[in-house]
Design a protein around this ligand. Structure first.
Ligand code: NAI
Length: 334
C-alpha cells in the first residue's frame, strides 16, 4: 500500500520507518497538517496516516475518497478529529491505536500535578537567578488528599494506581465504572460530587459531544476552592475562558494543561520567534499557577515504538483482509 503520512516530525518518521522495515508498503512523509487546503497531496495514496491535529471533516473525507484513499490510520488513541459517520457512509475504514502506553500519559499527568503543587517551574527559574527564597513555593502533602479522576479507562486507571501509591483517596466519575478501579478502592460518584470533594481533578476522558466543555463555568464554581485541575485528555473538555475567570478569582488554585482547545494552530512546532496570535492562550501563560505542555504526554520512546507497531499492524491487516486490526466505528461517538 502507499501511505501518505501527515504532520510528520522527525521522530514519527524514525519510528514508522523502523517499524516498516521488511514490509512492502511505500511511504510519503509530509510535515503539513491534513485539512481542506492540503488534501490534494493525498493523490496516489491508498491510506493516510494522521495525528491529533489533522482535520478530517466530511469534505476532507469526500476529497480523500475521490482520490482513491480507502483507509485512515490514526497514530493516536483519540478520534474526535474524524467525522466517523461520513467515513462510514463513504465506506472508508478508520483505524486507531487504542492502547500504546497508558503509563506515558498517566506519568505525565502526575508530573504536572507534582510540578504545580511543589512549584518546580518557579523554583527552577528562581534558583537559576540566584534567588533561594521560599516565599510562594509552599505546597501540600499529596498523602491523604482526595484525587478526582474523570474517565477511568486505560489512562485513568493507570493514574489511579500511581496516586494510590501516594496514599491518596480516589474518587472517579465515568458512565462505565472500571471494575479494576473499584477493586483498587476507587469510589465512583457523580461528577458534581467529585468536583466538590477533590483537591486535584484529572481529566482522562475522550472528547465527545457529551464531554465538550464538561468543565465549564458551573463546574469550576462547584469545585473545592483553590483545587487543582489537570487536563491531559483533549483541550475542548475544558472551557478555557471559564478556566481563566476561575484562575482570576482564585476559585481554581492551579491548572496543568497538556492539551488546549485551539492547540491546532500552536502545538508541535517552534513558534519561539513569532508573536502568539491566540490571546486566550497568551493570557493563560501569564498565571504563575498554570503549567502548559504542548501535547507531549504521549511522548516517550516506548509509546512512539508501540504507536508505530500498531499503525503498521492496522495497515498490513487492511492490506490483507480489507479490515484494519483496530477499527474505530461510528457507534463510539454516540
Ligand atoms: P479509554 O477509552 O480507555 O478510556 C476513556 C474512559 O472515559 C472510558 O472509561 C469512558 O467510559 C470514559 N468516559 C467517556 N465519557 C465520559 C464522561 N462523560 N465522563 C467521564 N468519563 C467518560 O481511553 P484512554 O486510553 O484512557 O484515553 C483517554 C483519552 O486520553 C483519549 O480519548 C485521548 O483523548 C487522551 N489522550 C491524550 C494523550 C496525550 O498525549 N495528551 C495521549 C493519549 C490519549
Amino acid at each position: 500500500m502507499h501511505i501518505t503520512v501527515y504532520s510528520t516530525r522527525p521522530y514519527d518518521r524514525a519510528a514508522l520507518s523502523a517499524a516498516a522495515q521488511g514490509t512492502p508498503h511505500q511511504w510519503t512523509f509530509l510535515d503539513v497538517r491534513l485539512d481542506t487546503s492540503t488534501v490534494a497531496t493525498a493523490a496516489g495514496a491508498d491510506a493516510v496516516c494522521v495525528f491529533v491535529n489533522d482535520q478530517l471533516p466530511r469534505e476532507v473525507l469526500q476529497a480523500l475518497h475521490a482520490l482513491g484513499v480507502r483507509l485512515v490510520v490514526l497514530r493516536c488513541a483519540g478520534f474526535n478529529q474524524v467525522d466517523l459517520a461520513a467515513a462510514a457512509e463513504l465506506g472508508m475504514a478508520v483505524a486507531r491505536v487504542p492502547e500504546y502506553s497508558p503509563y506515558a500519559v498517566a506519568e505525565h499527568t502526575l508530573a504536572l500535578v507534582l510540578t504545580l503543587n511543589r512549584k518546580i517551574h518557579r523554583a527552577y527559574a528562581r534558583v537559576r537567578e540566584g534567588n533561594f527564597a521560599l516565599d510562594g513555593l509552599l505546597g501540600f502533602d499529596l498523602h491523604g488528599r482526595t484525587i478526582g479522576v474523570v474517565g477511568t479507562g486505560r489512562i485513568g486507571e493507570t493514574f489511579c494506581r500511581l496516586m494510590t501509591g501516594f496514599g491518596c483517596t480516589l474518587l472517579a466519575a465515568d458512565p462505565q465504572p472500571n471494575p479494576d478501579c473499584v477493586a483498587l478502592g476507587v469510589l465512583y460518584v457523580p461528577l458534581p460530587e467529585l468536583l466538590a470533594r477533590s483537591d486535584v481533578v484529572s481529566l482522562n476522558c475522550p472528547l465527545t459531544p457529551q464531554t465538550h466543555h464538561l468543565i465549564d463555568a458551573a463546574a469550576f464554581a462547584g469545585m473545592k476552592r483553590g483545587a487543582m485541575l489537570v487536563n491531559t485528555s483533549r483541550g475542548a473538555v475544558v472551557d478555557t475562558r471559564a478556566a481563566i475567570e476561575a484562575l482570576k478569582s482564585g476559585q481554581l488554585g492551579a491548572l496543568g494543561l497538556d492539551v488546549y482547545e485551539e492547540e491546532g494552530d500552536l502545538f508541535f512546532r517552534d513558534l519561539s520567534g513569532a508573536a502568539i496570535q491566540d490571546d486566550v492562550f497568551a493570557r493563560l501563560l501569564t498565571f504563575p499557577n498554570v503549567v502548559v505542555t504542548g501535547h507531549q504526554a504521549f511522548f516517550t520512546e516506548d509509546a512512539l515504538a508501540a504507536i508505530a507497531r500498531t499503525t503498521l499492524d492496522n495497515i498490513s491487516s487492511f492490506a490483507a483482509t480489507g479490515q484494519p486490526r483496530h477499527p474505530v466505528s461510528v457507534e463510539r461517538v454516540v
